[in-house]
Design a protein. Structure first.
Length: 117
């Protein structure tokens, strides 16, 4: 399901939210604007491919199962959170308040985990 405009996550700076299954099937895509929808090329299969790349690192570091990741780049912050049987990806402007973004994304991931049982 693609959703654009309100209702959004309520945090200024969030551009895109996607919820996918562990296999990459898209449950939800939310874009802040139609322009963001045209610019952002992320799809469901992109998330599991990133997680597959992280597994060897987590295994070798003896870190346990994946829970979440934060990727900070020049223009964006991307957070990825395990949500039970799915994954929540949030894309935000690099100027976003990172603490508020992480708290909001964690709360959202916990709510999604209750739905994706």
């Amino acid at each position: 399901m693609d959703v654009r405009g309100p209702p959004g996550p309520g945090l200024p700076g969030v551009l895109f939210i996607m919820v996918v299954s562990d296999a990459g099937s898209e449950f939800l895509k939310w874009y802040r604007t139609g322009l963001d929808e045209k610019r952002i090329g992320l799809g469901g299969p992109d998330v599991p491919s990133v997680l597959r790349c992280l597994r060897p690192l987590l295994t070798k570091a003896k870190s346990g199962a994946f829970r979440n990741a934060v990727i900070r780049a020049e223009n964006h912050v991307i957070t990825i959170h395990q949500t039970g049987k799915g994954v929540l990806l949030v894309l935000a402007d690099s100027s976003v308040n990172l603490a508020m973004l992480l708290v909001g994304a964690r709360e959202t991931a916990n709510r999604i985990a209750g739905v994706l049982v």
